[in-house]
Design a protein around this ligand. Structure first.
Ligand code: 13P
Length: 281
């Protein structure tokens, strides 16, 4: 069922768990992640990157999302991930997304605030929530890539939250998109301080590759939305390869899809258990 992004995250804050926000790529991965949420009775945020929306086409993806979400007996919010275009955010607001992440974090701070306010003004008129970013989260997320990270500071993050009125904040705390090359150094203290100073839900990007203990500590410090993208891409492509290797010579795409679907479901189920959202819907 369609869910309110803010309400979902407030509930997670109150009950001290995090909602998994999982980037999907197509019909198979969308349905699989939703099926996992249904099996685990977990709230869920389905994320679509700008590249995915463009590949599947806005109108088609919007219709697909609505049909899958409306049929599911658990709350699901549809979220646009990392969008640098005001116009594209507005379009997704028009086409039924429940929340959009506007990412102008690469711009000078005052400009980041100004553009986020612009997105917020339109989104709020459509009943859509906005997530913003302070500092620069390193790594590659589909079409958006940052080589150099810039960690968020407490004062600037608080100012950004207060002036933009975003519904969720993604401060750069040392996590990164993609596969980690070493063990990330995470500013848990900032997550803790922010969660004590503001009711604005805190989002952790770059979830793939973090240890179970790191996830638990981030949630204890106050994170209530954790983004996962690369892990699903890995499961999707690796399970496809595994099936094709094991069944060489046979041609059965439906069985291939069923195999991959189960692997994606397993991944999502494990996240709901780990983040404590299992049984909350
Ligand atoms: P990963 O690809 O590292 O899981 O990061 C996901 C993310 O933060 C999407 O915004």
């Amino acid at each position: 069922m369609k869910a309110n992004f803010s309400k979902m995250l407030r509930e997670a804050q109150n009950k001290k768990y995090a909602v998994a926000a999982i980037n999907v790529l197509n019909h198979l991965t969308f349905s699989a992640v939703v099926e996992a949420a249904v099996r685990k009775r977990s709230p869920l945020i389905i994320q679509t990157s700008v590249a995915t929306v463009k590949a599947l086409k806005l109108e088609s993806l919007s219709a697909l999302a609505r049909s899958i979400i409306d049929a599911a007996p658990v709350p699901i919010a549809l979220h646009l991930d990392h969008c640098q275009s005001v116009e594209f955010c507005n379009k997704c607001c028009d086409f039924g997304w429940d929340s959009v992440m506007f990412d102008s974090s690469h711009l000078p701070f005052e400009e980041n605030i100004r553009q986020t306010r612009e997105v917020h003004r339109y989104a709020i008129s459509k009943g859509v929530d906005v997530e913003g970013e302070v500092g620069i989260i390193a790594g590659v997320e589909d079409d958006i890539s940052h080589d150099i990270e810039s960690l968020a500071g407490f004062d600037e993050t608080m100012r950004y939250i207060n002036e933009t009125e975003v519904s969720a904040i993604a401060p750069a705390v040392g996590t990164a998109h993609g596969v980690y090359k070493g063990i990330p150094v995470i500013n848990f203290d900032l997550v803790q301080r922010l969660s004590e100073a503001t009711r604005c839900p805190i989002v952790i990007h770059g979830g793939t590759g973090l240890s179970d203990d790191t996830f638990k500590r981030l949630i204890t410090c106050g994170a209530s939305k954790i983004n996962i993208s690369t892990a699903l891409k890995l499961v999707y492509t690796q399970s496809m390869k595994q099936y094709l290797n094991e069944t060489e010579g046979t041609i059965n795409p439906l069985k291939l899809d069923a195999f991959v679907t189960e692997k994606v479901i397993e991944l999502a189920e494990s996240l709901f258990t780990l983040f404590g959202s299992e049984g909350q819907a």
